[in-house]
Design a binder for this molecule. Sequence first.
Ligand SMILES: [Fe+2]
Length: 134
Amino acid sequence: MVHLFTDRLLVSIDRIDEQHRMIFETVGKFQDACNEGKSVEEINELFNLLRVYLEENFKQEEEYMLQYVYPDYETHKEKHNIFIRKLHLLDSTIRSNHISITKLVEINEFLSEGFVTHLSEIDSKLGEFLRDKI
Ligand SMILES: [Fe+2]
């Protein structure tokens, strides 16, 4: 299921919100490509793009956390690391030629649910902390 990037998910830090919006857009494109039965190459390309956007966003947030001495830096960074490790695992699954529809559905769910949860539970707190500092 594609989640919409609604105001509820804004963290009110322009640069981070813009990155989140791009990530949502790319998750949507990835999901469309899966639903439309596009080739493994195309799906893989979108997945790689998504990884680049996610890694950029995580790096930006971590820079802000360090710069403004965020007290939950370690916990937040660990959530990013877990997400990245999971993406690496999924990458090799997607590259295999035998990826099933069930697995693709599972990946889609992980991407949208995982990211929505991260935004609403973890990034929202960072946004609150940064709001009057940036
Ligand atoms: Fe984050």
